[in-house]
Design a protein around this ligand. Structure first.
Ligand SMILES: [Zn+2]
Length: 264
């Protein structure tokens, strides 16, 4: 494989992973589309660089369009933000800069503390554009409750990701539900251990890593490589990058820059 083909292959592989992540975020029914992208990228290795790039981009754009219909997250592909986390459209924001937060009493007090600290990491950004109130733990969160809701459960039976931020792509959303997977045969939660981010059977998933990422979506941020095919080092190091190999419990410079740019 030549150097150009090798780079193209790496690029396509990354885009396929990200596309799959979008399916994870909101759209379970797109398995065929994912396979289609994989086939396109694999088959295109025989083509020249320009053709392959164009083919893959077409696939990714088509995929993201479908993902939007399914309520997944999307920002204009052309709005690259080199050093600020990828920001969703202005309509996909909380209607107020102070947001209540509720959690269901699924976790022990230690884990509740970790979850709350991951939420408050965003409030602590200075100057803080958005304030999450301390998480109030309830045995049952009313369906009509507004604000950030953190529960354990399964999103439409989709167990392909450890967490989802449901409602985060809705215009002027007044409620976002962060679902942390309760599907124990694929995901298991840990405060101290950490397995791979992807779904490869039951793993130790770092709860702080997932909560801080999903709350970033709730606030208005997206995965950086939705905005650019060439994320900066700062973007790749942030919590909003969807893949990680070690716990990411603290916001990076790019996460903070993006959060401050949200316009609350
Ligand atoms: Zn995400």
């Amino acid at each position: 494989m030549g150097a150009v083909a090798s780079r193209v292959h790496a690029w396509c592989a990354r885009e396929v992973r990200e596309a799959c992540r979008f399916r994870i975020e909101g759209c379970r029914a797109l398995l065929e589309e994912r396979l289609d992208i994989a086939r396109a990228c694999a088959g295109a290795l025989a083509l020249d660089f320009g053709s392959q790039y164009y083919l893959c981009m077409n696939r990714i754009v088509a995929y993201l369009g479908i993902a939007l219909l399914c309520g997944a997250l999307l920002v204009p592909l052309a709005s690259g933000t080199a050093e600020a986390a990828c920001i969703k459209p202005p309509t996909q924001r909380w209607p107020s800069s102070t947001v209540p937060a509720n959690g269901s009493v699924t976790w022990n007090p230690t884990t509740q503390g970790y979850i709350n600290s991951s939420v408050q990491a965003w409030t602590a950004v200075t100057p803080s554009p958005l304030t999450y109130k301390p998480v109030v733990w309830l045995t049952s969160i009313p369906g009509a409750a507004t604000g950030l809701k953190i529960i354990q459960g399964r999103f439409s039976g989709d167990d392909s990701a450890p967490g989802f931020a449901i409602g985060a792509s809705t215009a002027n959303h007044s409620a976002v539900t962060v679902i942390l997977s309760s599907y124990a045969s694929r995901w298991s939660w840990s405060n101290t251990q950490h397995g791979p981010w992807h779904d490869s059977g039951a793993v130790n998933t770092d709860i702080r890593t997932v909560v801080i990422h999903e709350v970033g979506h709730a606030g208005g941020l997206n995965h950086p490589n939705v905005c650019t095919s060439n994320p900066s080092a700062a973007e790749l190091a942030g919590v909003m990058t969807a893949q990680w190999s070690a716990p990411r419990r603290a916001l990076g410079s790019d996460d903070k820059a993006g959060f401050n740019a949200l316009g609350y």
